[in-house]
Design a protein around this ligand. Structure first.
Ligand code: PDD
Length: 314
């Protein structure tokens, strides 16, 4: 199938989309988004994603254009029309269209765009490598804003240097990945950064915390110091797209390492520097035993979703 789009009340082909020039999403990045994966035609943890969407919208003062029921209907309808049972759905809500001034006008009406893409392969069967990168984002990372410039630059740097994901570090502590949450295992205990303003509290992260409790794996929601990373027994990342993916290697560039602890003075010529002194900080078994237990429990949940009796047959 080809990807399907939805814009302001209508299903459309992706290449037919025409966003008004004065739409604030692309002019100011004035909006928020969500992403959910579809398994066996059903969205996974959709209600949790809708709650986080509501929190993001409330945070920046955009009225939610739909109720949870309406969002659920829209997403299910989009998936149905796509004809795809294994798919990925992104949706954005922006503040709307108005003459370009920073402050809000009274006539603004939120705009909704949505895409359904077919999903290929299971990322969780792969292993990942991470490139450590300074987390210089704002201090409201918990809002799932469409302003992703620092994330995309960090991930681009990772890719250019042979890694799959960025490992973001702020003031000497690991926060999260460029588009995922990061977990460490030290002596059979799971560590992941606390859900404060410095991480996006992943829906997958919250689900994995529940799985860990069911499996009697002890968890510390504490930030991991960058200095401690070499001693990790296992590392993995979670996100709606990566599910639970083991990490095999963590890299850092010697020139960049200082910036993991504090913001350097001075203005760099580029935010995409050529890295010449990359070293491996950590390598380990991938996936490790704790990671494997969580992957197993996670895929059982996905299988249950795929096997569930369709609502129309009940
Ligand atoms: N990203 N942290 C960041 C910065 C993210 O962008 C994401 C998700 C996560 C994990 O959140 P969740 O488990 O709810 O997917 C953590 C999505 C997948 C994306 O931007 O494509």
């Amino acid at each position: 199938m080809t990807a399907l789009g939805f814009y302001n009340g209508q299903f459309v082909q992706l290449d037919s989309l025409q966003v008004p020039i004065e739409e604030r999403g692309h002019q100011f990045g004035d909006g928020v988004y969500e992403y959910v994966q579809i398994y066996g035609g059903r969205p996974f943890l959709l209600q949790a994603h809708l709650k986080r969407l509501e929190r993001s919208l409330v945070a920046i003062g955009i009225p939610n254009p739909y109720s949870a029921e309406e969002w659920t209907q829209l997403i299910n309808e989009a998936v149905r029309r796509s004809g795809e049972s294994e798919a990925a759905v992104y949706w954005q809500v922006t503040r709307g269209v108005a003459p370009r001034v920073h402050v809000f006008s009274n006539t603004l009406r939120p705009m909704v765009s949505l895409t359904v893409y077919p999903r290929v392969g299971q990322e969780s069967t792969h292993e990942m490598s991470l490139l450590a990168w300074p987390d210089e984002r704002w201090t409201h990372v918990w809002v799932k804003t469409i302003n992703l410039l620092p994330n995309i630059l960090a991930k681009e740097m990772a890719k250019r240097n042979g890694a799959n994901e960025a490992l973001l570090v702020r003031e000497g502590r690991v926060t999260e990945g460029g588009s995922s949450n990061v977990w460490f295992v030290f002596k059979q205990t799971l560590y992941t950064a606390p859900a404060n303003r410095y991480i996006l509290n992943g829906i997958t992260r919250q689900f994995v915390l529940k799985l860990a409790a069911q499996l009697n794996i002890s968890v510390a929601e504490e930030p991991v110091d960058w200095q401690r990373v070499p001693d990790a027994d296992e590392v993995f990342v979670t996100s709606s797209s990566a599910e639970v993916t083991g990490v095999s290697k963590i890299l850092v560039d010697r020139q960049v390492e200082g910036a993991l602890h504090s913001v350097p003075p001075g203005i760099p010529g580029t935010l995409l520097p050529e890295l010449k002194n990359i070293r491996t900080v950590w390598t380990g078994t991938c996936p490790g035993t704790v990671t494997q237990r969580l992957q197993q429990a996670f895929s059982e949940q996905l299988q249950q979703l795929r096997d569930a009796v369709p609502a129309e047959l009940l």
